[in-house]
Design a binder for this molecule. Structure first.
Ligand code: 6PG
Length: 247
């Protein structure tokens, strides 16, 4: 795995750089395997990236969209990560509905919906459910990071951090349930690309990049990838973080 850290002058430069990377990675996946799986992040940072991708010439019929986590709210709720991506990207492109794989949040039972989505992912990759857990390989996983070091809905000190026998589990933030990909699924990805912006992320980032930080306290530390782990930071967030590329 190659880990690369780039610090961009501002948010727009970060978005432009992320755009270049995502285009390259998705086109490479399609060239090699005929299609690509692209896992979207929630929150606010990626929204301008999605709006920019909507203007691209990507062959969306060959791209499958997933979400790395979802708030346990209806799809049209203002907090929904699916709604944000629908407004910023999906409504602006031509993509077959069967290529869109939102996390189910309408069953009234987060654990059951987590298991339902895990089964959907296994079916999509034509894997056998059950033991031992078969972990599919996603092409591009986009992640953000909170100012507490969480990513997806893997929050500090929560049970979701310990889940290693499922693809999807229930996370929680301040008592509110969320669905989230687990570390095994995230870390099996070919490429994980973090987009982190804002001075409020500086402290957590320094802990994430510290040689002796705690994965339990700063969950983003425990994210890896099979081929490329890319951190794109703006200068406000990345102050003091060593720029690097190491094999
Ligand atoms: C979510 C995201 C979450 C997000 C971080 C950063 O559901 O909120 O998946 O992990 O990426 O909280 O959010 P911002 O980009 O808004 O800072």
């Amino acid at each position: 795995m190659v880990r690369r850290v780039e610090i961009l002058p501002d948010l727009q430069a970060l978005v432009d750089r992320a755009y270049e990377e995502v285009i390259l990675l998705l086109e490479d996946a399609i060239a090699k395997r005929g299609s690509a799986t692209f896992v979207l992040a929630g929150g606010g940072t990626p929204k301008p990236l999605y709006e920019k991708l909507a203007q691209s010439a990507l062959p969306w019929s060959k791209i499958h969209l997933f979400w790395g986590d979802e708030r346990y709210v209806p799809e049209d709720h203002p907090d929904s990560n699916y709604r944000m991506a629908r407004e910023a990207l999906i409504d602006r492109i031509t993509i077959p509905w069967e290529n869109i794989h939102p996390m189910p949040t309408a069953g009234g039972d987060p654990a059951a919906d987590a298991a339902l989505h895990a089964a959907h992912i296994s079916d999509f990759f034509q894997l056998l459910p059950g033991e031992p857990l078969q972990i599919p390989q996603l092409d591009v996983v986009l992640l953000g990071m909170g100012d507490d070091g969480h990513t997806a809905s893997l929050f500090p000190g929560t049970e979701a951090l310990q889940v290693c026998d499922a693809l999807v589990t229930v996370g929680e933030k301040s008592g509110q349930p969320r669905l989230t990909f687990t570390y095994p699924l995230l870390n099996q990805a070919r490429t994980v690309l973090f987009m982190v912006a804002g001075e409020n992320k500086q402290t957590a980032l320094q802990q994430v990049f510290s040689p002796d930080g705690s994965n339990e306290t700063y969950p983003s530390r425990a994210v890896s990838a099979q081929e490329n782990l890319i951190w794109l930071l703006d200068s406000a967030a990345g102050k003091g973080i060593p720029v690097q590329e190491k094999q």
